[in-house]
Design a protein around this ligand. Structure first.
Ligand code: ATR
Length: 285
């Protein structure tokens, strides 16, 4: 690996805006990627509180940052300060990556496409023609549902505790694929026909590690079960799914590939994914 490069007067700057932000693994991951790619780029975490978001975005232009990631709680609010929003980010209703094209700020969402690339690369599955059950209809679900819909599945069934949100999301992506929205209590038939089950809810996330988002006894060897959660690395939902013979896929890859897409949008260079994964795994160990 190349020796660590000192910042100089040519260094191109990047960052993540969040509140809180000190837990973010993005600086470690993106700086590693820049270093491995031999780029004189640097990435830092900026604690931006909501009232300061507009000023912070104007700072991207003023200081000539090439790109920024935005995380909780800014992904929706940031859109009003940008010059252009990519189609996917518009449908999802949230931006996590900003590209500065000579002062023009363009918003993208790489979360959902990052998830789908991780699912495909890490399991080898071909999503075309598959029946998918998506559990949850919050912010993360929107990105994942949109990106899955673009892969030409046979159907996406969205099930959520609050049924209306599932129906709204099913409608929002209905232009791209066949969809159904339902309550969690109406899931059974959809699960029995599904090939892929994706948990986007926070059920099972630390510290609620005993929770599962659906009755696990409905899962069998016909299923590939995937969870967006990566703390814990393997949720109880995935543990139980594996016991029932299902293939499983954890959430860490989504974080890595959303960063890989951001890297690629900013630099035009293929992201060094394995080096990024290695440094993130070290930071979580
Ligand atoms: P995120 O950005 O991580 O998606 P979010 O927008 O708050 O966060 O969405 C959380 C999702 O998890 C929602 O689908 C939520 O269901 P509701 O819309 O009914 O609130 C779901 N969720 C959270 N806790 C849950 C639980 N204990 N059981 C089932 N679903 C849960």
């Amino acid at each position: 690996m190349e020796k660590n490069r000192a910042l100089d007067s040519h260094t191109i700057l990047f960052g993540v805006f969040g509140d809180p932000v000190r837990h973010s693994r993005s600086p470690v991951m993106l700086n590693q990627a820049f270093q491995v790619a031999g780029l004189n780029h640097a990435y830092a975490a900026f604690h931006v509180e909501p009232p300061a978001l507009g000023d912070a975005v104007r700072g991207i232009r003023a200081l000539g940052f090439r790109g920024v990631n935005v995380t909780i709680p800014h992904k929706v609010e940031v859109m009003q300060y940008l010059d252009e929003i990519d189609e996917g980010a518009r449908v999802i209703g949230a931006v996590n990556t900003i590209v500065n094209e000579n002062g023009k700020l363009i918003g993208y969402n790489t979360d959902g496409i990052g998830y789908v690339r991780s699912l495909k690369e890490e399991t080898g599955i071909d999503i075309r023609g598959k029946r998918i059950v998506l559990l949850g209809a919050g912010g993360a679900a929107r990105g994942v549902a949109y990106a899955l819909a673009k892969e030409a599945p046979a159907e996406i069934c969205i099930a959520n505790r609050t049924k209306e949100k599932a129906i709204d999301l099913a409608e929002a992506i209905g232009a791209y694929t066949s969809t159904r929205g339902m309550g969690l209590n109406e899931l059974r038939d959809a699960v029995s026909e599904a090939d892929i089950i994706v948990n986007t809810t926070s059920s099972g996330m630390h510290p609620h590690v005993g929770d599962v988002p659906m009755p696990v006894e409905w899962i069998s060897s016909r299923h590939l079960c995937s969870d967006l959660i990566y703390n814990p690395r393997i949720t109880r939902f995935l543990q139980e799914a594996e016991k029932n013979g299902a293939r499983i896929h954890g959430g860490l890859g989504m974080f890595i590939y959303q960063g890989a897409y951001a890297f690629e949008y900013w630099t035009g260079v293929t992201a060094p994914v394995s080096a990024m994964r290695q440094v993130v795994e070290q930071s979580l160990a």
